[in-house]
Design a protein around this ligand. Structure first.
Ligand SMILES: [Zn+2]
Length: 103
């Protein structure tokens, strides 16, 4: 895996979401032809486009995590709110924390 290391799983509330990086992002239930990633809340799966730049990939990761967190905590978040939060959240984490995935 290139760039930033991502964990194979991420715990959201009390469930684990598998994280997959792939060059071929193809959401099953979306008509979108272009997507940077997606979150399947039933399958507990986050898929990310591995061809993105490091910054895009991290923002997409946070975007999909926000979908997972909203689902697992039954928080109603509008999609435009998730889009608005992904960049600022990525900046705060990037500029203040070292991201070390569990093995
Ligand atoms: Zn989304």
């Amino acid at each position: 895996m290139k760039k930033r290391m991502y964990p194979a799983k991420v715990k959201v509330r009390d469930v684990h979401y598998d994280i997959t990086l792939t060059e071929c992002v193809d959401p099953t239930d979306s008509g979108d032809t272009i997507t940077r990633g997606y979150c399947e809340t039933k399958e507990k799966l986050i898929v990310l486009d591995s061809t993105l730049s490091e910054q895009e990939l991290f923002e997409t990761f946070l975007h999909e995590l926000l979908h997972a967190a909203a689902h697992e905590h039954a928080i109603k978040l509008k999609h435009k709110t998730i889009y608005a939060l992904e960049g600022p959240l990525a900046q705060i984490i990037r500029d203040n924390f070292i991201f070390v995935p569990k093995r």
